[in-house]
Structures are given as C-alpha cells and as structure tokens.
Design a protein around this ligand. Sequence first.
Ligand code: FE
Ligand code: FE
Ligand code: ZN
Length: 278
Amino acid sequence: MIIGCHLSVSKGFAAMGRQALEIGANTFQFFTRNPRGGRAKEIDADDAEKLKAIMRDNDFGVILAHAPYTLNPCSDNERTREFAFEAMTDDLKRMELFPGNLYNFHPGSHVGQGAAKGIEMISELLNRVLREDMRTTVLLETMAGKGSEVGGNFEEIAEIIKNTELKNKLGVCLDTCHVFDAGYDIVNDLDGVLEEFDKTIGLERLRAVHLNDSMNFLGCRKDRHQRIGKGAIGLDAFERLINDDRLRSLPFYLETPNELDGYAEEIRLLRSLYRENN
Ligand code: FE
Ligand code: FE
Ligand code: ZN
C-alpha cells in the first residue's frame, strides 16, 4: 500500500523523506511554495539527491507536489492569471529534479465568469505550460464545487482534459472529501461513482487519491476535511475504498487535520484495514 500525508517542506526534501519513514509512510505530499503564493526557495541539489536515495532504499511510491491555493488560472484578474502561469512553469521546472512524480493543482475559480469560460482559461494555461519533454504528470484535483470552483463535477474535469493538447501529461487526483461534498456518494455507491468517473473522464486518468473524511453532509459543497473515520464518510467507506480493485494500487495521501503523530495513527489504521492479497 502506498500511503503518506501532507508534510511541510520547510526543513527541506530529505527531511520530508525521513519524516515519512518515521510515521510509517512510503510517500508524501508537499506544497511547492507557501500555499498562499509567493516565491519558492531554490532547491538544493544535494538535498534532492538525498531524498531520492531515501525513496529508492525504502520503495517509496510517487510523491505529490501540490500547487499553491492562490494559483487561479481562471481569475478575472490578469495579474492573477499570470501568477498561475509563472508559478506553474517554475514549479514544473523544479519538479524535473524529481523526474516521474506528480504535480497537483486546483483547477480554479471562475469568479462569476461562468464554468465554460473557466474551463477554457484552465486549458489555455495548460496549453502554455505543458511540454512534451517534461517528466512530471500534472493532476487536476476533483473539487467540492464551493463558490465558483471549477472541477466540482467530472464533466468539467473531462472538458479541461479534452481542450488540452498534451493529454498524455495530464491525470486526475480524486479527493474523497471533495467528491463527497460535491454530491458523489462514495459511502453508499462507490461502484456507481467510479463507473461514472470511468464513463466521463476514464479511470486510466486517475493517478492519486486524497484521503480525507468530511465534516459535512453529502452534496454540501463545503470542503472541510475531517480525520479518517470521524466524519460523514466514515471508516467502513474508507476500508472499501482503499481495497477497491480500481483504487488499491494508487498512491493515497492524507490531508486530514492532524499533527505528525495523528497522521502516524491514521496510516497505521489504514494499513491495518488494507488487504495485501485482495
Ligand atoms: Fe488540494
Ligand atoms: Fe485535496
Ligand atoms: Zn480540500
């Protein structure tokens, strides 16, 4: 089972690798820069090599870099759209130090311009940023559909992919709290939800799962993460989800409200529910 959690990049890359090991993880997620935006620190090549050695020696799965929340390719403000372009270009350049891993972003908020316009602008950004020679897969995260968020249903994600030229560089990250809050009933009808995902986007695009319980009810469009088993999704649903044949080999990342020891506990719990031979 490939499982990890969100870690802070503040002490560097090798430090995240060591932290992951300490809590029983074999992958992790991190923000490429301050989640509220701003400049990213230069990556120390030596530090990068150390992390890669840790990953090799301990059979890590792919790691997931998360773009800052402020990145909004479909803002009505040109400066904000330009920041999205600059930040993503820079992040993907830096990710080449870690070839073959994942980069995830929130598609964006159309701020009243309409979903169709938003989708068009998001694909426009991807068409400017993606390059044939890059070795990172860029993931669109499924969203809760809060406010004017784009990506709160599978159709919108599919449409963004359809309008992007280098589709082979694109994948999807399914966030359990987000899809539940968006109205996809992964508690009572995981099969139906995954079938719909397959029909609309294609399961071969699904490359990562964010494991979060939800503080609110199905379809609430809120996006408030809860600890695993402590929210409206519940532990039984997570047990089914992590063992599902369509999901079980994907990397799972926790983004639950926890400190490190809480994450260690959730990882232990989920590993205990995971059936090595299904
Ligand atoms: Fe996210
Ligand atoms: Fe997420
Ligand atoms: Zn969220």
